[in-house]
Ligand binder design. Sequence first.
Ligand SMILES: [Zn+2]
Ligand SMILES: [Zn+2]
Length: 215
Amino acid sequence: MNRLDHRDPLVFDTHELGRRPGSLRKVTRTLEAPEGLGIIDVIGVPEKSQIAVELRLESVVEGVLVTGTAEARVEGECVRCLEPVEDAIDVDFQELFYYPESDEKGRGRSAVAADDLDEDDEEETYRLEGDYFDLQPVLRDAVVLALPLQPVCQEDCLGLCSECGARLSDDPAHHHEAADPRWAALQGLSAAHGDEGDGIKTSDARKGAAENQEK
Ligand SMILES: [Zn+2]
Ligand SMILES: [Zn+2]
């Protein structure tokens, strides 16, 4: 039954709260972020960076109602230009942690559930282990919900030049003379034919037309 590591900073003790419904306790804790808190390879809370957690624990009939906030720094990468993105998030969460024995109180859940906490139940029920509860899954869900799925360095980030990879927001006037490599190839072809006159003119004219269309 003692699966929770009581030294884990995300594990909280409700012993002092007691089990008299209505009793309240506030807990603040600054802790180090566990690994993988966020959206993998997109954006998340850097491992071991500080998270400020404030909890309000309330004893209710079925368990302990945990209401809280967490403030954390997040780091990721702009999906358009790949520049680093840094931000801060402030998340709210609320979860009821049932008392270990609350199953036997006819809440419509079979007694199997208590032995089956590791299974991914469709309706996830959190439960105290003795006096302890693990905030990690609750915090994880709250953080993931608060994160942008498509982080950008700035709302109007122009992304990267498809030709050379330059970051367009640094250089909005950036463009390439031979915008379309097919025209460049044509020019090369005309020159190779030694057909100085017509060929190149035609090619230039077409190129001009193409540029006009782009505008
Ligand atoms: Zn960007
Ligand atoms: Zn470019």
